[in-house]
Unconditional design. Sequence first.
Length: 151
Amino acid sequence: MSVEAKKTAASNEDIMRANLYGLLGNVLFCPPSKEILRDLQELSGDETEMGIAFNTLSKLAGSIDQSAAVEEFNILFVGMGRGELLPYCSYYLTGFLNEKPLAKLRNSMGELGIVRNDEVKEPEDHIGSLFEMMAGLITGRYGEPADIAVQ
């Protein structure tokens, strides 16, 4: 699950942020595989709120089997016709899918050199995609690593 920066100029903090965005993108975009659940079990944290959340996530990943995790993911994001949560930015900003926030995001992606993967059927404003894009901006996946203002 580690993301390595293309450029040596990336700080350890930047790499850690990119790894966190990558982790979040991975677990929010598709149901967890056995490998992801195993990796999540290896997380550890300190006594900060984020560290406690990592420890909790690690314990939960160790207490659920993959089929139950997939079922929970599907209930939450897919559902019968629709899940409990819609993971799309447009919906929460406008109340509808595929609206102006998605068009604005696509324009920004073009400016940043980010190209849609033709194999992905979800709109680009899926929360998992947004986290993946952030990880890529930090690490330089789309060219030079982006500075914090662009991120």
